[in-house]
Design a protein around this ligand. Sequence first.
Ligand SMILES: Cc1ncc(COP(=O)(O)O)c(C=O)c1O
Length: 367
Amino acid sequence: MWFGRLSRCPVLLGRAQSTLSQLRGILEGELQSIREAGTWKSERIITSKQGAHITVQGKHTGILNFCANNYLGLSSHPEVVRAGHEALEEYGAGLSSVRFICGTQNIHKRLEEKIARFHQREDAILYISCFDANAGIFEAMLTPEDAVLSDELNHASIIDGIRLCKANKYRYKHMDMGDLEAKLKEAQKHRLRVIATDGVFSMDGDIAPLREICDLAKRHNALVFVDECHATGFVGPNGRGTDELLGVMDQVTIVNSTLGKALGGAAGGYTTGPKPLIDLLRQRSRPYLFSNTLPPAVVGCAAKALDLLMENNAILQSVAAKTARFRTKMTAAGFTISGKDHPICPVMLGDARLASVMADDMLEKGV
Ligand SMILES: Cc1ncc(COP(=O)(O)O)c(C=O)c1O
């Protein structure tokens, strides 16, 4: 109706068109500046399942794929895929609802229990992504009386989650314990202090010094929150994560992580930690309350991935051996690989444009 009236009014129609062309001009300018900076992100289209060998649209088949967070190769694992099919058959495509209205099935509750058991925490809550888990936790948990201390290189979703909350914000230099301690001292005036860090930083694969962070937290009465997206399933002796690797599982209060990388790679995220926190998130966390339930097929895949991991850690050992081999051979060939031990092995060329050109050339060579 509104459009009907607008289309009959030439003055309003003309104004709307000129505003639209103004928007187009602004957007084109922005796009051009991204192209000129050499940071344009183009998406390669894969026409096969995710895996070590993939097909890329066009002429490329059997491409050797080094570019995914499919750390354990479970994204296309036959048992994981079968579990997804079974859940789809039994529970349908989706709930057409948010969790608290009419969207919780027994498989969602079972997966939450399994996640809590895996991480040895009291309870867990599922989200449609870890981005949402990070976006929803700080605002629900912290008030203007509290403080959050965040590593400057934390993932964008942690930064956004912190932006949304009303707590006092402190940003410490990347993995700089001196700076964190100074900020903790400054933050003593607040009721609660939460230190927020990635367990593994995804750009360089560097591992947060969680032992030192937990020591500082103890000394300055703070809680520790860790995003384990690049650790869950494959870091630590049993794949529990950075906190297991560094022996501080009992000192990290809250873990957020994803089902969209090592744990089947479909989608989904979660928070695991103290039961009253999880209870509060079910009442207050906006991405949980106002977004659809995780689809049953995704739940089925993730639950099976966790079963496989809890049954034995052979897959885990295989990724560690492959990582060591890749790092050793690439270093011997003269490349600089940043990070240490982690399967994120960034080959540092020191120039974004060159990296992009080299990636295109490698694709021509089948890598
Ligand atoms: C450290 C970190 N946190 C959170 C996320 C978001 O996870 P999800 O893909 O489940 O939204 C990512 C994904 O790239 C990540 O790397």
